[in-house]
Write a protein that binds this ligand. Structure first.
Ligand SMILES: NC(=O)c1ccc[n+]([C@@H]2O[C@H](COP(=O)([O-])OP(=O)(O)OC[C@H]3O[C@@H](n4cnc5c(N)ncnc54)[C@H](OP(=O)(O)O)[C@@H]3O)[C@@H](O)[C@H]2O)c1
Length: 280
């Protein structure tokens, strides 16, 4: 049974809480309020990115929360336009200035952007930034097996995390397996499936009824049962609380299989080809 005090130990020896808070779309004073509320509710991992334009808001929420720096883990991400090694270093230094932090706990390459072909340079930069102490753990996002192999072969350093789209309509069995085979922790983005959340699917609704929880809680528990770290985003304190309150029940093997069975070829939220939505 995964508990609310559980952590994942990463392949670099650091650890992360098993659920994090997504922040895409949370900006400005309203965003600060939503993040402060998330910290009050109990989230201790905040997932930001240069491209979310909310790093200053994350820093403000953290300071206003009164929590000690070492009690909250902050993730940011290097955008596709900063993959060249010197730009990647500057990108992280600029992130730290916006966050007003001395270090980030986790920094990811947001997308591999294979048509540009500089993700290995960005990975070298992250390896150096970790050695300088500006980043505690380093990882990637939206990397395929080939991208992982390229980064590892070049540096000898395996990412601690690969953050990928993962929800019941897109359960990513293959990439979860690839990540696991490298000792890489999978994180799930859009863990609820966002605007196409499968709350009404019987596999989800039946489990919700059986356990006396909401469909959203069933889906987030399913991520935990798979060993993936979900990053649900909510601007609403009640949903923030519910999304973290997933430790009082567990799913049976058949419930897990039924939810995973919702996967479908058109399940990806942003179209079929990962290269088709390269992120700049
Ligand atoms: N690495 C990447 O490329 C990448 C890409 C996309 C996202 N991400 C990360 O993953 C995080 C989560 O993804 P996401 O924001 O796309 O999607 P998500 O967390 O799956 O879904 C968020 C949406 O679901 C609603 N919601 C949240 N909890 C709910 C509940 N219990 N019941 C019903 N509706 C609920 C939210 O509305 P309310 O706010 O109104 O509650 C929001 O509209 C992002 O914020 C970001 O940090 C990373």
């Amino acid at each position: 049974m995964v508990t609310d005090t559980a952590h994942y130990t990463l392949n670099d020896g650091n650890s992360l809480p098993v659920v994090g808070f997504g922040t895409a779309g949370l900006r400005g004073e309203e965003g600060v309020g939503a993040m402060q509320s998330a910290l009050e509710v109990g989230y201790r991992l905040i997932d930001s990115a240069v491209n979310y334009e909310n790093e200053a808001a994350v820093g403000t929420a953290l300071r206003r929360s009164g929590l000690a720096r070492e009690d909250v883990q902050v993730t940011t991400k290097i955008p596709g336009r900063h993959h060249e090694q010197a730009l990647a270093v500057k990108s992280v230094e600029d992130s730290l200035r916006r966050l007003e932090l001395e270090y980030v706990d986790l920094c990811l390459i947001h997308w591999p952007n294979p048509s540009v072909g500089k993700y290995v340079e960005a990975w070298r930069a992250l390896v150096d930034l970790r050695a300088r102490g500006l980043v505690r753990s380093i990882g990637v996002s939206n990397f395929t097996e080939q991208h992982l192999d390229d980064a590892i072969a070049d540096t000898g350093v395996t990412p601690a995390v690969n953050q990928i789209e993962l929800h019941p309509y897109f359960p990513q069995q293959d990439m979860r397996q690839v990540n696991a085979s490298h000792g890489i922790r999978t994180q799930s983005w859009s863990p609820l499936g966002k605007q196409r959340a499968p709350f009404e699917e019987s596999a989800v609704a039946n489990a919700a009824e059986a356990h006396g929880v909401t469909p959203g809680q069933v889906i987030l528990r399913w991520h935990l049962e798979l060993g993936s770290l979900p990053l649900p985003k909510s601007a609403t304190p009640l949903r923030q609380h519910q999304n973290l309150d997933v430790f009082g029940f567990s799913l049976s093997k058949s419930e897990i299989e039924a939810i995973t069975g919702l996967g479908r070829p058109d399940g990806r939220l942003f179209g079929g080809d990962p290269d088709a939505h390269e992120e700049m």
